[in-house]
Design a protein around this ligand. Sequence first.
Ligand code: GRF
Length: 186
Amino acid sequence: HPVGVLISGRGSNMAALVEASRSLDCPYTIAIVASDKPDAPGLAWAAEHGIVTFAQSPKGMPKVEYEAIIDAALRDAGAKTIALAGYMRLLSDAFVARWRGRIINIHPSLLPKYKGLDTHGRAIAAGDESAGCSVHIVTEELDGGAVLGQAEVPIEPGDTPERLAERVLEKEHILYPKVLAEFVTQ
Ligand code: GRF
């Protein structure tokens, strides 16, 4: 099952998906890694690891034109599912509708808590006992679609958002390949 991954930066979740895809019993392949940032470090990593890569900056063009280019790149690569992995741009309603139910995302909070940015800072400030990450279906509502899987991480006394983020990220790298594998086989 060919998957297209969209990234904007570091791409550590994308790398976890690529590495998992190379195990014998993995039900998905990474057909393409595409980025809105031509200089995203994750794009270089993917290319070095033999993955088809694509970059298109949205600068200086209408969003609909930018998304049509991304859409064409994904389709040309044969992608049947899209996995967002640190893709920092909101997809338009029209794009979401075209790929209805076939886009998933990983978000660093225990949804429905803390949609949007600064999830770990907000969890610490609220005095939560745990934080975590969620993989969910992408809908028109930001971080709002059905949750497919979660992993929980205890918040420690004196935790900083950075330290917590590191521990949650380790869980993300385990959760995302597992949930994606389940998602493409259901
Ligand atoms: C991760 O924390 C992910 O949950 C969030 O953005 C971050 C991306 O990190 N959506 P990376 O690019 O996968 O390393």
